[in-house]
Design a protein. Structure first.
Length: 162
């Protein structure tokens, strides 16, 4: 039942929320990587069971990567989609095939993303529900429309590490 609900939520997010924030993205350009089939040569399907991480972040794995794990100081290349708890996206620029890169442990991303990626292997896909203490804190991020103290959601796929 939980798997069914998770799949419905993914379909809902990919079919309705994209139009809520950025009209420059056309429907044919939008691809949510969680809706794509898992390449079994790089990952295996996960149980999609929500766990509470010791940090307080909620984590749902969709695929467990078979590739390299990440070490501090390495450059991580990821697909990332961020949304508010109401489903409205705030990271439209990384939809489709665009890849975001950052150095793990250099505070280039919020703490929740650093933690989540540090525990993944290449090919892995997961959703994280990030409390404000691991996100943008009490101040929020006005450029992204994230309010102070807001809990946010990120869908992540670890594409490669260098």
């Amino acid at each position: 039942m939980k798997i069914f609900i998770a799949l419905i939520l993914i379909v809902f997010y990919t079919t309705t929320s994209w139009s809520q924030t950025d009209t420059t993205v056309r429907v044919e350009e939008f691809v949510h990587f969680l809706t794509l089939p898992i390449d079994k040569s790089v990952a295996k399907p996960a149980l999609m069971k929500e766990i509470i991480h010791p940090s307080g972040m909620r984590v749902i794995d969709f695929a467990i990567g078979k590739g390299d794990s990440v070490k501090l100081g390495q450059t991580c290349f990821i697909h990332i989609i961020g949304s508010h708890m109401n489903g409205k996206f705030f990271m439209m620029q990384f939809f489709g095939k665009k890849v975001f890169s950052f150095v793990l442990g250099n505070r280039e991303v919020i703490e929740g993303v650093d933690i989540a990626i540090s525990e993944m292997r290449v090919g892995g896909r997961r959703r994280i529900i990030v409390p404000s203490t691991l996100g943008y804190g009490k101040k929020g991020n006005t450029a992204s429309g994230i309010g102070g103290g807001e809990t946010i959601i990120f869908d992540l796929e670890l594409v490669k590490v260098e």
